[in-house]
Design a protein. Structure first.
Lengths: 399, 397
């Protein structure tokens, strides 16, 4: 941050130190991703524990040591470098682990849940509309994929339709959600989730309680589930899914970030923090809440459709309340409003319980303790959203 | 704690075994035993963990007993996974187990929803598995995957036995109350299908949500219809509610139910009204199996915290079936699969195992009756010998 503030006064020096700063940022991000990749792949208990300890140490360093704080500041000041490095790192990890079915499946799962969390971010962290039915909209996407997968409609279009369907179904909820606030709005969404699940269970056209098979995703005639080699390399059929999921998350990330930094984000923040003040300034509360809610559900629906196609089936149980809470905990654990936080939290919530399989029936206890410990030491999430920084605007105005 | 120690001990044993193997390799290669891994997948946490842990303990007991045999060709290692009874978690652990090349076969799944979701995964990776607890017929009959086998029976067996037994007892008219999950729906389907050829008649069918509390509306209708039997397709809570509310409304009909109501909870919940309720289950009581007593003794000696539960003997048998196939074929998934495919007349704890053309074990269900606060194997009960009369019959006479 300090670099950015100094920038205008000493232009000659900036070019060099800017380059250096970028290098430092890129190295940090690449290191973190490398650690994440190892964590995804590590099987030995010792390795997993060492990696977790390393991550805890990194977080402590970033908070307590001046150099750490400075690097965090630099990362915030150079989002472009961070994102580019992240994309390159993901490709590198995918290339390195191209034959590892299980690791790639977990990678895709994390990316898709992070995409759903991006939708929830829009709703809950920006507009302040609670949504306790995330898994229900996720399942809606998967059901649309199940219904349309065989019809010959291009699957990219199916993903879009799944998003649309989730948004349209969200319309049903719009009126009660807009008329209620806080806990009451939360109850409305919980009721919707239960209702949808009961509906799916008794509906024989949609497979009843047993659910439906979903056709695998294919892009331009390329069936993802049959892909076993790219050029001279043998690859897992989960590789294309992992890449597509990461691309989907990239898209969601880009969209949410653009909204956040645009006037839409400012309007949503205003609506969330003080409805009365926002409406006094001429913002339509209903309009902004509806925008965030529908757009968020659409994103969750798209992610759900790809998840359904990857897993090959969907059943009403996937719309259960527990899974909605898992999505919410990803959001809260990561830090409301920070998408990178959501990625880290998705790894914690989805991957760590799997890494603890060796301790069998005790693993969920250990996992719960871990989550409580995280929230004890970082009450606002692993990576809380940074406050909006308008200092540049103020400076520009003074000039 | 106990399992922790046991695991630690087993690890130590493995290390010791490996060291021994290495030693013996140096001196006498003939004695060297390779380690072969087998996966166990079931619900180790959550609402179904009692059954899952019982299955895991039984499978691990089978492995330990096999390893202790002096003439075994390989040392086996059980790798347990938790599917949480959730289909998506099930696919994840199935992928993990199946893509691990050192795992040769799997003893998989108690929850039907998980088992049906994972069959594609096993087929794709070519991992031969033996289902130890899930009862949904489609798991074996809904596909033609050579990798999927099942040692326990399906709902079809229970429905068939229920229809045959009840009509043989002279009951003619039936009312079915089933829950709307795939379990209740399936039980209803196979009971109704098998009842028709036996000459029974279903007067009415009431699908109800599994958590419905009050059955006054349904039971008032039942009272008008005067059926001989009220048949329950659901789990214990549903059975308890219907049983006690039947009494309140004064319905004299015989109550019969699928294996879902056959639990200690049903007798506790329904109290004295439970007397004479008939149920059907794929497993026979452990004491009826030739090696049942030996199994129970070995299980007690191993010091597991949890009971083997209803499906433990099936997990035990599945583990033995797999290990014997590996002994014959060596640690090769394809060869093991082919041997499992052709299993006929295999002597196991749960009786003879014969796979049909869908690799489904051919079993017939057993009848149980609730007598003096216990579930009693029908042939051993006072009702079969005639000293007691089923409540439904006493009413019609």
């Amino acid at each position: 941050m300090s670099m950015a503030d100094l920038a205008p006064s000493v232009p000659a020096q900036t070019a060099r130190s800017g380059g250096l700063a970028r290098l430092a940022v890129a190295a940090t991000v690449a290191l973190l991703f490398a650690g994440g990749g190892f964590l995804l792949h590590a099987e030995q208990q010792g390795q997993v524990i060492a990696l977790l300890a390393a991550f805890v140490a990194v977080f402590a360093l970033a908070e307590k040591v001046p150099v750490g704080r400075r690097i965090v500041g630099l990362c915030r000041a150079h989002p472009g470098t961070v994102n580019l490095t992240a994309a390159v790192s993901i490709l590198a990890i995918a290339a390195a682990l191209r034959e590892e079915h299980y690791t790639l499946l977990m990678m895709a799962t994390v990316a898709l849940f992070a995409t759903a969390a991006a939708g929830l971010t829009l709703q809950m962290a920006f507009a302040g509309v609670p949504n306790f039915a995330g898994a229900a909209f996720f399942a809606v996407g998967a059901y649309v994929a199940a219904l349309l997968g065989n019809t010959g409609i291009p699957h990219l279009l199916v993903l879009l339709i799944a998003g649309l369907a989730a948004a349209v179904l969200g319309l049903v909820l719009l009126l009660p959600v807009l008329r209620t606030r806080g806990h009451y709005a939360a109850l409305v969404t919980i009721a919707f989730g239960l209702l949808l699940r009961a509906f799916l269970e008794v509906n024989d056209v949609l497979g009843g309680p047993q659910g439906m098979k979903v056709k695998s995703f294919s892009l331009f005639g390329l069936d993802f589930s049959r892909m076993t080699e790219i050029g001279p390399y043998d690859v897992s059929f989960y590789l294309p899914y992992a890449l597509a999921s990461c691309a989907l998350f990239g898209l969601a990330f880009f969209l949410v970030r653009r909204l956040e930094t645009s006037f839409v984000g400012v309007a949503l923040d205003a609506v969330r923090s003080d409805e009365v003040a926002a409406s006094v300034f001429g913002l339509s509360i209903a309009r902004w809440k509806a925008t965030a809610f529908l757009l968020g559900n659409a994103m969750i629906g798209v992610a759900g459709a790809l998840y359904g196609m990857m897993n090959g089936f969907v059943n009403p149980n996937s719309a259960n309340f527990g899974d909605s809470l898992i999505m919410l905990s990803i959001l809260v654990l990561g830090g409301l409003g920070n998408l990178w936080g959501a990625v880290v939290a998705a790894v914690v919530i989805l991957v760590i319980p799997e890494k603890l399989q060796a301790i069998q029936e005790f693993r969920l206890v250990i996992f719960a303790l871990l989550v409580i410990a995280i929230l004890r030491f970082r009450p606002s999430g692993l990576m809380p959203r940074a406050a909006r920084d308008f200092s540049a605007l103020v400076k520009g105005g003074a000039k | 704690m106990a399992t922790d120690q046991m695991l630690a001990r087993r690890k130590l044993l493995n290390v010791a075994g490996a060291a021994l193997a290495a030693l013996s390799l140096a001196t006498a290669p003939a004695l060297a035993r390779d380690t072969v891994k087998i996966a166990f997948i079931g619900p180790l946490t959550g609402g179904n963990s009692a059954t899952g842990l019982g299955g895991r303990n039984s499978a691990s007991l089978a492995v330990d007993l096999h390893n202790a045999k002096p003439d075994a060709k390989y040392t086996y290692e059980l790798v347990p996974f938790d599917d949480e009874c959730k289909p998506n978690v099930g696919v994840q652990v199935a992928t993990k187990a199946a893509s691990d090349k050192s795992i040769i076969a799997g003893i998989t799944h108690y929850c039907s929803a998980v088992a049906i979701a994972t069959v594609d995964t096993y087929n794709r990776f070519g991992l031969p598995v033996v289902v130890w607890g899930a009862v949904l017929p489609e798991i074996t009959y809904g596909n033609d995957y050579k990798e999927i086998h099942r040692v326990n029976g399906t709902m079809i067996n229970e429905g068939k036995m229920a229809a045959e037994f009840l009509t043989k007892q002279g009951f003619k008219t039936f009312v079915v109350i089933h829950d709307t999950t795939d379990y209740g729906k399936g039980q209803n389907k196979y009971f109704a299908e098998n009842l028709k050829p036996q000459g029974g008649e279903i007067l009415a069918t009431f699908p109800v949500p599994p958590d419905q509390q009050d059955f006054t509306a349904e039971l008032t209708k039942v009272k008008e219809l005067k059926p001989d039997v009220v048949f329950i397709g659901g789990l214990t809570p549903l059975g308890v509610r219907v049983r006690s509310q039947m009494d309140r409304l004064g319905i004299p009909a015989q109550l019969a139910g699928v294996s879902g109501i056959m639990s200690a909870g049903f007798i506790e919940g329904a109290g004295p009204a439970a007397e004479g309720t008939v149920s059907f289950h794929n497993g026979a009581p452990l004491t009826k199996y030739a090696d049942g007593k030996a199994f129970m003794d070995a299980y007690a000696k191993a010091g597991y915290r949890e009971d083997p539960d209803a499906y433990g003997p099936f997990a035990f048998s599945a583990a033995n079936l797999i290990m014997d196939a590996i002994e014959k074929a060596g640690p090769d998934r394809k060869k093991v699969r082919d041997i499992l495919n052709t299993t006929k007349g295999y002597k196991a704890l749960v009786g003879e195992i014969n796979f049909d053309d869908h690799r489904q074990n051919i079993v017939s269900a057993n009848v149980y009756v609730s007598q003096d606060g216990k579930w009693v194997y029908w042939p051993d009960s006072a009702y079969a010998t005639g000293t007691k009369k089923l409540p439904g019959k006493a009413a019609s006479n």
